[in-house]
Each structure stands twice: as structure tokens, then as C-alpha cells.
Design a protein around this ligand. Structure first.
Ligand code: NDP
Ligand code: 8X3
Length: 250
């Protein structure tokens, strides 16, 4: 049987890097994208150029994205699965103190780039009766202080997934929104501008979700019988639950 091909964005770290390992181990070809070309090259060196194709570009640069797509080697050019995973949170400040440039970077990455790559790959995904797995977040469903635009971008990802699925009705293409809670990756180091101690403190004793947990979940979804679609999947560590309305009194 011909190997299937997955395009996994954000493959240089966290969920994306773990997903590359899972899919390559399962016999798929993987297009691995991200900005850090050295990490992508390590994936190619480890698995071989016939298994992993490195596509190093900034997701916010549409021309670079299109060039990477146009430059796919023929054996990677028909994509069966798009894992829209690249994304980030920047900052934890409440809205009045938040940095507008960070808000725009989150929108450009988590929303604009995600829909651009999806649009670009829809023809091959439809031709292959493929699948789209979007990595959203519980922050799209549960508001928390400082979640502001990050949560907004993830609410978009969740709703876009549902609407995309409706538009693809009858095509055989499956669309899933995975909505993880607290997971230990480079996410908090990025969010805090490089504060490894803050990241360690956040996850200490919480037994958070691991990158491998999410990679295994994507793998499970991608390999379900073709008549099944996991439409939305919220995942939290046992240690996390939502508890929240606040009241301000004079
Ligand atoms: P990581 O920081 O470990 O990984 C993020 C990935 O996104 C990196 O590979 C990074 O690659 C890539 N990325 C970020 N910006 C860009 C860009 N402009 N162009 C290309 N690639 C980019 O975090 P996670 O693995 O945790 O995050 C993966 C996804 O999961 C994100 O969408 C995140 O919002 C979501 N998520 C995370 C949760 C968590 O608690 N960790 C929970 C719920 C959802 P590079 O820097 O090399 O470009
Ligand atoms: C990441 C999960 O709860 O830190 O999307 O926003 S959370």
C-alpha cells in the first residue's frame, strides 16, 4: 500500500515534533514545517529524506508558504492529512496592559496562517478524501484572565473547524478540532518570553498533558475507519478543571 502523507505544522517542538515521530513510526511520509530549520533538518537526518520533507518558513509569510508548497517533491505533493498545529500564546497580561503587537502576532499565526494553509491544501485534501486536524485549545471555550486574544484565536479555530466540516459535507474529508488543556511543551516558555522557571513552576506537580499524549490522539483520529469523524475533542489533565465566574462589588 502507498504511504500516506501528513503535513504537520509546528513540527520543531511540542505536539508537532511528537506527531512527526508518531506518524513516521506508523509508516507515513511527513512534511514537517516550522521556522527553526536546524530542528527540521535533524528530523530529516534522523528519519531520511524519503520519510520527512523539511519545509522551513514563517507561517505568517504567505509567499514563503506558497513557495514551500510549490517546492514539495512529487512524492510528498499529495497530502492526505493536514495537522494545523503551529501556534502560540504571547503574554498573560489583561487586555488594558497587553501588547498590541503580540495580539496581532497571535492572530496572524493562529488564525490567518492556519486558514491560508488550509485553503492552499483543500484541493489535494478533497482529491485524497483526506483529513484536517486543527489544534485549538480549551482557552477557546473557557475564558481566563489574560487569555484575551489567545482564547479568541482558539475559539476561531474551533468554529472554523465546524464550519469547514459543513462546507466539505459529502466530500469524504474529515475535520477535527482538538482542544487540549494544560500541556507541558515549549508553550509557556514562549508565552513568557523565555522564562523557563515560570514554565517549570506552572507544570510542577500538575501532571500535565504530554506532547506524546496529543501525538497519539492525532494518530488515533487519523487512522479511524473512514466513516467516522471526531468533530471536537476536549482533553484536560485529570488535575485541571474549569471553575469560574467572578463578581466585582463596589
Ligand atoms: P510549542 O511552543 O512547543 O510549539 C509551537 C510550534 O509552533 C513550534 O514548532 C513553532 O515552530 C511553531 N510556530 C509558532 N509560530 C510559528 C510561525 N510564525 N511560523 C511557523 N511555525 C510557528 O507549543 P505546543 O506544542 O504546546 O503548541 C502547539 C499548538 O498547541 C499551538 O497551536 C498551541 O496554541 C496549542 N495548544 C497548546 C497547549 C499547551 O498547553 N501547550 C494547550 C492547547 C493548545 P518555530 O518556533 O520553529 O517556528
Ligand atoms: C493552552 C491551554 O489553558 O494555557 O492553549 O490556555 S491554556
Amino acid at each position: 500500500m502507498t504511504a500516506k502523507t501528513a503535513w504537520i505544522t509546528g513540527a520543531t517542538s511540542g505536539f508537532g515534533a511528537a506527531a512527526v515521530e508518531r506518524f513516521v513510526a506508523g509508516g507515513w511520509r511527513v512534511i514537517a514545517s516550522g521556522r527553526r530549520a536546524d530542528r527540521l533538518q535533524q528530523l530529516v537526518d534522523r528519519h531520511g529524506a524519503e520519510k520527512v520533507h523539511a519545509a522551513a518558513f514563517d507561517m505568517r509569510d504567505e509567499a514563503a508558504m506558497r513557495a514551500a508548497h510549490a517546492a514539495l517533491p512529487p512524492e510528498f505533493a499529495t497530502v492526505d492529512l493536514l495537522v494545523n498545529n503551529a501556534g502560540l500564546a504571547l503574554g498573560t497580561a489583561p487586555a488594558p496592559q497587553a501588547d498590541l503587537a503580540q495580539w496581532k502576532q497571535m492572530i496572524d499565526t493562529n488564525v490567518t496562517a492556519l486558514v491560508t494553509l488550509t485553503h492552499l491544501l483543500l484541493p489535494t485534501l478533497i482529491a485524497r478524501r483526506g483529513a484536517v486536524v486543527n489544534i485549538s485549545s480549551i482557552s477557546g471555550s473557557y475564558a481566563y484572565r489574560g487569555g484575551n486574544v489567545y482564547g479568541g484565536t482558539k475559539a476561531f479555530v474551533t468554529q472554523f473547524s465546524q464550519n469547514l466540516r459543513v462546507d466539505l459535507h459529502g466530500s469524504g474529508v474529515r475535520v477535527t478540532s482538538i482542544e487540549p488543556g494544560m500541556a507541558e511543551t515549549e508553550f509557556t516558555v514562549v508565552r513568557t518570553g523565555g522564562d523557563q522557571a515560570a514554565s517549570d513552576q506552572l507544570y510542577a506537580g500538575a501532571h500535565p498533558i504530554t506532547a506524546t499524549d496529543i501525538a497519539d490522539t492525532i494518530w488515533w483520529i487519523a487512522n479511524l475507519p473512514p466513516h467516522l469523524d471526531i468533530t471536537r475533542l476536549e482533553i484536560m489533565p485529570v488535575s485541571q478543571s474549569a471553575a469560574g465566574l467572578q463578581v466585582h462589588r463596589d
